[in-house]
Design a binder for this molecule. Structure first.
Ligand code: NAD
Length: 180
């Protein structure tokens, strides 16, 4: 039996924003099912990686359901970083259902897919409002008290408020300094 055509889209999602959501909608037009890999799951409570893997999973799943994307179309998988880039894609394969295409604009992910992807192809994603739909911009606005809510799906706004993310980011910045 032929299996569904499956894509992999990996990111840190710190936090999940409207550009990520548009990217997922775009990829879902190309494949039957999508694996959303939450990368760097070991990192949280830092200025560049403020949210835990569980919080990011909560954001992504809530935003996709809110956007009307059927649950059977996606898998959300947590992927810890490893020290050896050359075997990273093999490591990802051990954690995910089989996939045919890796969708990424990240240069390292692209290089590792080209060199070690075996049968998996690489595809890029169009950037959606790259200037504002950027996790760095969202984190900076959260920190500086600027309006950030229009850059993320409503579910993510609710979750950041629910987990008191604003206070966390400001507390981290006070202890780490401005490391953007
Ligand atoms: P990210 O959240 O910054 O971005 C995720 C994806 O969305 C990227 O392809 C990015 O280009 C795309 N994107 C961002 N804004 C967009 C927009 N406005 N419109 C369209 N697309 C947009 O995550 P990332 O840093 O790219 O995540 C890569 C992950 O892979 C990291 O967790 C990294 O640690 C992991 N990784 C690990 C290893 C290892 O462990 N050795 C090796 C390679 C990669």
């Amino acid at each position: 039996m032929e299996r569904p055509k499956r894509g992999l889209y990996i990111g840190r999602f710190q936090p999940f924003h409207n550009g990520h959501l548009e990217a997922i909608k775009y990829v879902l037009e190309q494949v039957d099912e999508l694996i959303i890999g939450i990368g760097s799951i070991q990192d949280s409570h830092g200025i560049k990686n403020p949210f835990t893997a569980g919080e990011r999973h909560y954001m992504i799943q809530s935003a996709l359901i809110e956007a009307g994307i059927p649950h059977e179309k996606f898998y959300i998988i947590s992927i810890p970083d490893i020290d050896r880039n050359a075997v990273w894609l093999a490591h990802v394969r051990t954690l995910c259902p089989p996939f045919d295409i890796v969708y990424s604009n990240n240069q390292l992910v692209a290089r590792l897919t080209k060199e070690y992807g075996e049968t998996a192809q690489l595809a890029t994603i169009p950037f959606f409002n790259r200037v504002s739909y950027s996790a760095t911009v969202v984190r900076r606005r959260l920190l500086e008290g600027e309006k950030w809510e229009d850059l993320v799906p409503p579910a993510v706004t609710r979750i950041i408020k629910e987990i008191n993310g604003l206070k966390r980011i400001r507390d981290i910045d006070a202890s780490e300094g401005d490391l953007f």
